[in-house]
Write a protein of this length. Structure first.
Length: 293
């Protein structure tokens, strides 16, 4: 069904990080571009295998996954999902995992920071995964400064478990982390009170921009703390998520600070697409392939 909807052109990328472009003095390009599978969630539920095949044909080289419903990896084992990706020229670098699961919903199929976490980390590391990311905090967990301290403590504990298996643990932001509560913000507290050796950050560039954050200052004040970024653009009029390169975010300026920030992996994400998500991620990929910074 997906093939009838969309015809893909193939290309390939090699190693990770960014690469100096000899055609431009001191200019660099992203050598290894990834995608957060949440962008393709409607299609993944329909045909996970074919979506992965199509992403490989497009020229993506890295994947960041996420839990769907009460399962990880669309009902496959970590081993099977990693093999599916590898067979199509893709590396599963990172995955999101929930902060907590209510007791009544806990089951063997799903994991979170408070449920089956170490078992999940071990299996993920065994297959070659590198990063596990906490992507969201329910509003009930973040109402005051004492909540912030508890969150930082729990993230440190998760980071300790991940470090044991050679995994880097990260926290992913939305815009609420930058809202002022009692004269401070959750993000400030997490940066200050989580252990920088255990807890890194996956900076979602869209949400940071929407919250009017000075990204350069974040990088300068916390060097090396941001190994992952969500490359997500903001519409010029309605501030919705749009294809990378068609919005208002200056990615060249941000990525020129990659070395300072410690950015190693760039994941395209678009929360909502007006047409086929595959067409959207292809457009974003084409832009990023040509981007010099």
């Amino acid at each position: 069904m997906l093939r009838r909807e969309f015809i893909l052109k193939s290309s390939a990328f090699a190693a990770a990080g960014f690469l100096t472009n000899p055609l431009y003095s001191n200019a660099r390009t992203i050598r290894n571009i990834g995608v957060q599978l949440y962008t393709l969630r409607s299609l993944m539920k329909e045909d996970c295998v074919e979506v992965i095949q199509q992403l490989g044909k497009l020229g993506y080289s890295e994947i960041e996954s996420y839990p769907s419903g009460k399962v990880h990896f669309w009902g496959r084992s970590a081993k099977d999902f990693f093999k599916l990706a590898k067979d199509n020229g893709l590396n599963v670098v990172s995955t999101h995992i929930g902060y907590g699961i209510p007791a009544q919903e806990q089951g063997k199929e799903i994991a979170a920071l408070n449920w089956n976490f170490e078992t999940f980390v071990e299996a993920f590391a065994k297959e070659g995964g590198k990063f596990i990311v906490c992507p969201y905090l329910d509003k009930s967990l973040r109402t005051n400064i004492s909540d912030f301290s508890k969150i930082a403590e729990n993230l440190n504990k998760a980071g300790e478990i991940c470090k044991k298996y050679g995994i880097t643990f990260c926290y992913h932001n939305h815009d609420f982390e930058f809202q002022s509560i009692e004269g401070t913000t959750l993000y400030e507290n997490l940066l200050k009170h989580s252990d920088a050796s255990l807890v890194k950050m996956e900076l979602d560039l869209f949400w940071a921009a929407k919250a009017d954050q000075n990204i350069e200052s974040l990088f300068n004040n916390n060097p090396g703390r941001f190994p992952l970024v969500h490359v997500k653009d903001m519409g010029k009029v309605d501030k919705s998520t749009v294809e990378v390169g068609s919005g208002s975010i200056d990615f060249a300026k941000i990525f020129s600070l990659s070395e300072k920030a410690g950015i190693a992996h760039y994941f395209v994400e678009q929360d909502n697409c007006t047409g086929s998500p595959l067409i959207s991620v292809e457009q974003s990929l084409k832009y990023l392939k040509k981007l010099n910074f």
